[in-house]
Design a protein around this ligand. Structure first.
Ligand SMILES: *[C@@H]1O[C@H](CO)[C@@H](O)[C@H](O)[C@H]1NC(C)=O
Ligand SMILES: *[C@@H]1O[C@H](CO)[C@@H](O)[C@H](O)[C@H]1NC(C)=O
Length: 435
């Protein structure tokens, strides 16, 4: 009898420890990712599509040395941003492992092949277009709400960081996909860019409506200089001029649109990450960044290894760190590191209106000044109250003490007092843990 009572106590305390972890976990900043193959970390593995990176040699330098769906030899840009903000990588939204507490880390909704427009990437069949990515994000919020309640969910979303990467495919896999494409017959290039920007503006406005308040928006790279374009359209290894012209029109208009959205909102919600500038750095002076080439892909075949896909039968370079491009379109992990270094601490040439370090510092100051949030979800309080009573009666002191040591910021609070706070039922307990 006594032993079953004490194992019940331990069991209840473990439940409390788990609940507390859920709350602590949510204190860290959630990270959301939307967009295309530059940021997809495996959603397409779960879809019947040809746009996938789930076979060797993709992932050859990833910690598991296995293909994950990332279009990289190792980490991609979202992974490296997660690392920079002290988080584990977000899981693809379609992953069956994205459940429970893992949801509180954030989620990656990106899908290789998509663009701003619905008709971009049609040749890949089942990809998650941007509209559906945002619907999934709404669904995500409902799922998180079932765990931590609607108000905490709103706080998690408000305080999160988001990355969105779109636009490259609207040129490469739409306008320029085939000669005389439907879009190129409909629009002259400058008009097409204006149309893309107006559609992208709607996407960003929708992200704001969905509660996101810090959104990094990347420009397109120098589209004409990727190995695929050097091989197909470039002359004598020079960047393909029409795609360069597309990027040169798109990126400044994207930044202008971001500025206009921010001034309409009255806050710097959207941050332009001018990846174009970074890529131009590698391309104009690869040696300075430790690359032997920025023209030849590490994995591929044909001129510049720029023809077709990267497959087990492709040429593969032995040292991925000295290639700017991993495959015909996507940067190597090493290049991704340089891109993320600029996102984090680049000057205003790269990041506008400011870099991620500055954002993090600003938000840390703001978030710590946010007073206790309004009381938690009623059902959650009910649960806490019930747990409190049981815990007060049953918790073994040793367990309480060791648990307190996990919260060194509040050294004066004893284990028991901490538990009372957690289950206090006055509407302030959960909030306190959340701030
Ligand atoms: C793209 O498709 C979605 C979902 O079908 C639709 O809501 C949206 O209006 C479409 N966008 C454009 C620009 O046609
Ligand atoms: C970017 O970040 C670094 C710190 O990492 C900071 O020193 C620098 O001033 C920032 N640059 C701009 C232009 O905000």
């Amino acid at each position: 009898m006594a032993s079953s009572k004490s194992s019940l106590a331990i069991f209840l305390c473990l439940i409390l420890a788990v609940l507390r972890n859920v709350v602590l976990e949510a204190e860290a900043r959630a990270f959301f990712v939307f967009g295309d193959s530059l940021v997809d970390n495996g959603n397409n593995n779960y879809l019947a599509t040809t746009a996938r990176a789930d076979a060797y040699p993709y992932g050859i330098d990833y910690p598991t040395h296995r293909a994950t769906g990332r279009f990289s030899n190792g980490f991609n840009i979202p992974d490296l941003i997660s690392q920079a903000i002290g988080e584990e990588s977000t899981l693809p939204y379609l992953s069956p492992y994205l459940t429970g507490e893992r949801l509180l880390v954030g989620a990656n909704f990106a899908s290789a092949g998509v663009g701003i427009l619905n008709d971009t990437g049609v040749q890949f069949n089942n990809i998650i277009r941007i509209g559906l990515q945002m619907q999934y994000f709404q669904q995500y919020q409902e799922r998180v709400s079932d765990i931590i309640g609607p108000e905490q969910t709103q706080a998690l979303v408000t305080q999160s960081l988001t990355l969105i990467t779109l636009g490259g495919n609207d040129f490469v896999n739409n306008y320029y996909l085939v000669p005389f494409s439907a879009r190129s017959r409909q629009f002259a290039l400058p008009d097409y860019v204006v149309y893309l920007i107006s559609e992208y503006r709607k996407v960003l406005a929708r992200l704001y409506e969905l509660g996101l308040r810090r959104v990094l928006v990347t420009g397109t790279g120098p589209l004409g200089c990727v190995p695929a374009e050097l091989a197909q359209r470039g002359r004598n290894g020079n960047c393909a001029p029409e795609l360069q012209r597309a990027a040169a029109l798109f990126n400044p208009q994207l930044q202008a649109m971001i500025n206009s959205l921010n001034s309409e909102i009255g806050s710097n919600v959207f941050i332009g990450a001018n990846i174009q500038q970074t890529n131009i750095d590698f391309i104009s002076d690869p040696g300075r960044y430790g690359f032997v080439t920025s023209k030849i892909a590490c994995c591929g075949q044909g001129p510049f290894n720029g023809i077709g896909l990267c497959t087990p039968l492709s040429n593969l370079c032995p040292n991925r760190d000295i290639y700017a491009f991993w495959d015909a379109f996507h940067p190597s992990e090493k290049a991704n590191r340089l891109i993320v270094r600029n996102i984090l601490s680049g000057t205003t040439d790269y990041m506008s209106p400011m870099n991620l370090s500055t954002i993090m510092a600003l938000d840390a100051a703001t978030n710590s000044r946010i007073p206790h949030r309004p009381s938690a979800h009623p059902t959650e309080l009910k649960t806490s109250r019930r747990l409190k009573i049981e815990v007060k009666v049953l918790c073994p002191p040793a367990l309480s003490r060791s648990h307190t040591s996990e919260a060194p910021t509040e050294p004066q609070t004893s284990g028991a007092a901490k538990y009372e706070e957690l289950g206090c039922g006055q509407g302030s307990c959960m909030d306190e843990d959340f701030t």
